[in-house]
Each structure stands twice: as structure tokens, then as C-alpha cells.
Ligand binder design. Structure first.
Ligand SMILES: [Zn+2]
Length: 356
């Protein structure tokens, strides 16, 4: 634009391409500078006009993508008696997935395959099979984007909607980390926090571990969780507490740590860059989040309740035993105190002897 203005001012007006009746030139013949100036002005005008067209076209093509974000497809397949519940879970799935995507800032639209089972034991019969502990309520394979949800686990009915949200959060966490493997404590902690799994049972487990000085270092939970149910419960509770504490420092801490891991950082440096903590320091934060006095209060209350329950059971058992004894005595026949036949009663009589 500046180039055309300079050329025009020095060399006079150029004839317009739209001028159908140009006035014949009356002055001196146009100089070479004027011709080149006009050419440059026309070229500049042409480019500015067509560049505007190109920019408008690109924006027009990009606009629908911004206005209509892709809808990830989630397929829910019910097996056996759970088939009747598949539609219900499929209806809830998009909202759960949207929660995960919003929390972690995801934009991908790869489909998700959900298998709904009557009981978690049925997972071993799927193709490919899953090997899961009996207490697991669900599982996720982020790489193949497969999820298993069980209606029952350990013969107890599960909250299948929450289980689905937890498992979708596993998929989302891996996606947010750029597909890189995550330490198990971070993966499970993210899933628990996103699914809102903060139970009083967690507090009880953490309090007992704090009193018994048996909290597990997060570094020891990087590769996997214990298999036995009691220690696994402690590992889950610690993981959830650790990620909650991270989000307490910064609301976007989880998404930021996962993004740092996606960028190539290991978990220690990702954590430090976002929160200023190393993993071993997060261990201390977890421990300090359950002060001793509180841990003892929780355990003491549980002991009190246990003792009170034991006392009630003992009193009830004593009363029941007394009632049974009374009932048995009342049922016994009352007979006169005579000697049974065939038994001789002996009476001793002592006579004073007479000396002969
Ligand atoms: Zn999990």
C-alpha cells in the first residue's frame, strides 16, 4: 500500500482498468517511471485484493470446525444380563466423556469401545481377554481405547456410571500425556479425582496407615499397585489424595502436568515445573494432609464404634442365653422327690451294746 501511494504521488494518476471511456492523454508521453509506478500500483492492488479473498476463504473453511467440534463416538456393548442396561449407559457416556475432555483440555475424537458385563469375572471371556482382580469394578486400555465396566464386582452392585467415568478418565489422562505411559499413582489419582471418588473409606484407610506409619511412597506405586485388596485400597486412597493436593495448588495442575509429560518431561520434572514439588515432596504433602491427631481421632472413633458394637452383641448374646436357659427350665417336668424303684434306702441305727 505504501509502495503504490509513493509511486502515484511522484508520477501522476494511472488510468483505471474500470474506466470505459478514458480521456485521451493530452500532456507529454508517460515516462518510464510513471509506467513502472502504475504497474506496481496495479500489482499491489491486485495482490491485496486476492490475498483478502484467500484469507476470507481460509477463515470460511476453518469456521465450521470451530463452531462444530467433533463428537467422539462411544459404543457400549452389553453382555448377557447386562445387555438390557447398555442403552442406559450409552446415553450417559457422552456427558461423562465431555467431563473428561473439558477437565483435561482434550480435542481428539478417536472412538471409544465400552463392554458392559454382568460381573467382572466375565472379562476373561472377552476377545482379547482381560485378567482382572475380583474386586475391580472396571478397567481401561488407553492404547486400544477399550473400556470394561461391570455391573457387579465381588458380588456387590457397582455404580456403573461412576465406573465408566473413572475408566474414561484413564483414557483421557493417557491422551493428555501424548500417549506416554504414566506412573500408576498419577493415572489412578487422576481417574479418582475426575470421577469424584472421595469416600470416607479413603479417609479411614489413610488414617490407619498414618497411625501405623505404613503409608506407601508414591515412587513405589509408579509401576503398579499391590494385588491384595487391603494394600490396593491404601494405594488408591494415596493416589487420589496426591492428585487432589496438586489441584489444590493449581486448578489446572493435573492437565498441566500431563501436558508437560506429553512434551517429553518425566513425571518428576513435570511435577516440579507445574507445582514446584518433586515426587518425594508430594509424599510429605500426603502425609501432612492427615495430621496425627486427626488420624488418631478417626481410628479412635472407629475403635469406639467397634467396642460399642461388641458390647451390644455381647449383651444381646447374654440376654438370649438367659432366655434359653429359662425356657429350658420351664419346660422341665416337676416330679415329687421320691426314690426311684429298685433303690434301697438304708437307715443306720446305732444301738448301744449290753455287756454280757
Ligand atoms: Zn482406575
Amino acid at each position: 500500500m505504501g509502495l503504490a501511494e509513493g509511486a502515484g504521488s511522484s508520477a501522476g494518476a494511472c488510468p483505471s482498468a474500470r474506466d470505459e471511456h478514458p480521456t485521451p492523454p493530452s500532456g507529454p508521453r508517460p515516462s518510464w517511471e510513471r509506467i513502472t509506478g502504475c504497474l506496481r500500483r496495479w500489482l499491489s492492488s491486485f495482490l491485496s485484493r486476492w490475498w483478502a479473498v484467500v484469507v476470507v476463504a481460509v477463515l470460511a473453511m476453518a469456521a465450521p470446525a470451530r463452531a462444530e467440534p467433533c463428537e467422539p463416538r462411544i459404543t457400549v456393548t452389553g453382555h448377557g444380563s447386562a445387555a438390557a442396561l447398555a442403552d442406559e449407559l450409552a446415553a450417559a457416556a457422552p456427558a461423562h466423556w465431555a467431563t473428561v475432555r473439558a477437565r483435561l483440555g482434550l480435542t481428539g475424537c478417536a472412538p471409544v469401545d465400552v463392554q458392559l458385563l454382568p460381573a467382572i469375572e466375565g472379562a476373561r471371556d472377552l476377545e482379547p481377554p482381560w485378567q482382572l482382580p475380583h474386586w475391580a469394578a472396571g478397567a481401561a486400555d488407553p492404547l486400544s481405547r477399550r473400556v470394561v465396566v461391570a455391573v457387579t464386582a465381588s458380588r456387590k452392585r457397582q455404580d456403573r456410571g461412576r465406573v465408566l467415568l473413572h475408566e474414561l478418565a484413564h483414557l483421557g489422562a493417557r491422551e493428555a500425556a501424548g500417549g506416554r505411559p504414566l506412573p500408576r499413582w498419577l493415572d489412578e489419582g487422576a481417574a479418582r479425582v475426575i470421577a469424584g471418588e472421595h469416600s470416607s473409606e479413603d479417609l479411614s484407610v489413610l488414617a490407619r496407615a498414618r497411625v501405623g506409619d505404613s503409608l506407601i511412597p508414591l515412587a513405589a506405586l509408579a509401576e503398579g499397585f499391590p494385588h491384595d485388596q487391603a494394600h490396593a485400597a491404601l494405594a488408591y486412597a494415596e493416589a487420589g489424595r496426591a492428585v487432589s493436593l496438586l489441584e489444590g495448588r493449581r486448578p489446572d495442575a493435573l492437565a498441566s502436568v500431563l501436558a508437560a509429560i506429553a512434551g517429553g518431561a518425566d513425571v518428576d520434572h513435570a511435577l516440579w515445573s507445574v507445582t514446584g514439588l518433586w515426587v518425594w515432596q508430594l509424599d510429605g504433602e500426603v502425609e501432612r494432609s492427615i495430621p496425627s491427631w486427626r488420624a488418631w481421632a478417626v481410628v479412635g472413633r472407629e475403635i469406639d464404634v467397634a467396642l460399642a458394637l461388641a458390647a451390644l452383641v455381647t449383651a444381646w448374646a447374654g440376654l438370649r442365653a438367659r432366655r434359653q436357659v429359662r425356657a429350658r427350665l420351664a419346660a422341665m417336668p416337676l416330679e415329687p422327690a421320691i426314690a426311684p424303684q429298685g433303690m434301697a434306702l438304708v437307715r443306720w441305727t446305732v444301738q448301744r451294746g449290753v455287756a454280757g
